[in-house]
Design a protein around this ligand. Sequence first.
Ligand code: AR6
Length: 181
Amino acid sequence: MRISGKTIECVQGDITDQPDMEAIVNAANAGLRSGGGVAGAIHRAAGPGLEAECRSLAPIRPGEAVMTTAHSLPNRHVIHCLGPVYGRDRPSDVLLASCYSNALRLADRAGIASIAFPALSTGAFGYPAEPAARIAFRTILAELPALTAVRRIRFVLFNESDLKTHQRVLEETAGRKPGQG
Ligand code: AR6
């Protein structure tokens, strides 16, 4: 989908296998260590240098985003976001929105043209997929006009059901019907 001269797309896949994206986003933990889900996959694919680089940046707070290089990943940068634990880190919706806006602003300031996000907080942190997707796309659409470097934003969903939810919510949020532009 093209909006404000930028492309937003949803694909099914693995966040560690997005070689055409300059930056990928990590669904991190506060300590910026390896873990389960996205963080585990990213740290395994990046190699131990990533945890070493992360050490001086940790801990981070819910809603915060920090950037490192990508080590053995096929990207240039990793942007680590700490999503809210649903219902515990409050207000969860505001904190989740901050993750997306902070990640996009950080990427833009670094001159990054393409960035891939996983569905932050929707795994171990328990945020239901549909409300999380609404917050993500509402925030991204609000940030789009101010972005000068970022031109391509990709959502990478692990399974088909999450992909369908995100595609539908993106179309609804952008106020368009499926199939249009
Ligand atoms: N690529 C894309 N999406 C993925 C992948 C992958 N390789 N693996 C999982 N997902 P999660 P959170 C989906 O748990 O909820 C970690 O242990 C997954 O299906 O990775 O923010 C950290 O150490 C889900 O929809 O992130 C933290 O402690 C979404 O990505 C904590 O989990 C996010 O799931 C962070 O929890």
